[in-house]
Design a protein around this ligand. Sequence first.
Ligand SMILES: [Zn+2]
Length: 229
Amino acid sequence: MITDALDRITPHVWQLRFPGGHVYLVALPDGGFAAVDTGLPGSAPAILDALAALGGRPEALRQIVLTHCHMDHMGSAADLVAATGARVLAGALDAPYISGTLPEPPADLPPPPGERALHERTLAGIAAGGVPPLRHTEVDRPLHDGDTLDDRPEPVRVLHVPGHTPGAIALHLPESRLLLPGDAIAADPTGARAVLAAVTPERDWREAGGASTTRSPSRSPNHHPNHGM
Ligand SMILES: [Zn+2]
């Protein structure tokens, strides 16, 4: 049952859990919905089932916000666009990777070991799942730091969080104290620690910025990483 994997985390936001990157559905005031991320290729039927469980027909999906260009987040965007006509929003610097104009930056795997385990677990899950080939999709609206998303039941602020990918974004819903960080924050396989900017190609940013690679997970604000929680 799809509802077994569907958790309401605020009055307007649901988390749809996948073995890889999770998907969030946001109810819009006009009866429509927005999706935050889309899971691996092949996830569109499960997302549409979740939408139906919330009372939404496919055309009710109006927006797809992609936190970054990795295939476990943008993997089903093209299928969902075809099924629903939704517009795609994503960080401006990741748009060329999502549309396929540029090849995705390679992952860099520096210490700590937990980060490598997280990456390997994600790749193993993808390989075990028999995932269909990735289809790219155009980005209708490139997003920048400080942008706000309109037509939401509460303000949604876009934060540019480069590191995991150049154009990664997080969504902040201050009224709900909710942060959807994409992969800017992940939980390591033990669930005991948060990993910041895991699998980043921008090691200089980490080394120069003083951003520690791990810290204790905080529940304030309410972080909902796509992996591990
Ligand atoms: Zn990622």
